[in-house]
Design a protein. Sequence first.
Length: 284
Amino acid sequence: MEQHLEKDRELLALIGQKLKSTREARGIALRDISVSTRVNQSFLEKIERGDPEGLPGYAFVKGFIRNYQQAVKLEDQEFEQAVAVLGSRNISVSHLPSADGPDPLERTENTGSLPKTAMVGVLVLLVVWVGYMVIRSGSEDSTQREPAVESAQPKSPTPPNAPAPEGSAKPPAGGQSGAQNANAGTAANEALQGDSRQRLKLTVRGLEPTWLRISIDRAPPMDVLVHPAETVGWDASEEFVLTVGKSQGVSMYLNGEDYPLPQEKNRLVSNLVLNRLTLLRLEN
């Protein structure tokens, strides 16, 4: 096992070195990569250094690497093969650096992938481990950062039979005062309903253990692990920005409208923006 982990570390270092050299050749700052991919900059720095300490499971790290690769427009089949075997038990000597080779990534071979059932088992174990690490802070951040729904309490109307103060003018005959009160109440109700329609409500229902990163109204993002049959929700005034670890792992609803996610297996969906335009499109 120790030998296997050391091979992972060496392969991650090669991948990170390739990404860093490509980024620097294109003159792109690492901070810009972090903003465009919605991946924490400290994670990207660890990937470039080949340091797995503090990173989530390799299932998520691979997603971070592929987002980084797209951001710097790196098209290299052998690089993608190296990423594919990262974290698996199929890493061979051909994937590791050699004393007399100019670029170990040029010698990377695709040795195949784990059987499908074994791969699913590995992913489940990785998700459980990541959940243990982030669920406490993620749940606390979710509770603290959910915007509170303000409730407007209408003022109690003046009793109809209350005596008027001395010297005050009597209300005109014909029940005009009652009509004015009714109009004022209607206007208040319409204002409250309009306020309610302006808010956005996101509901996420878990189908498989799935990691989410969510930013509400441009606030700092928070990480949440959603379990099967679990339902979580947030409110926003303007927009939500999400990263979904597995597209088939959750179902999402914006103000009660079903928001379809890509059907590809284990696809990482990043930089997903949900706002009032999204809601209008779903309603139509």
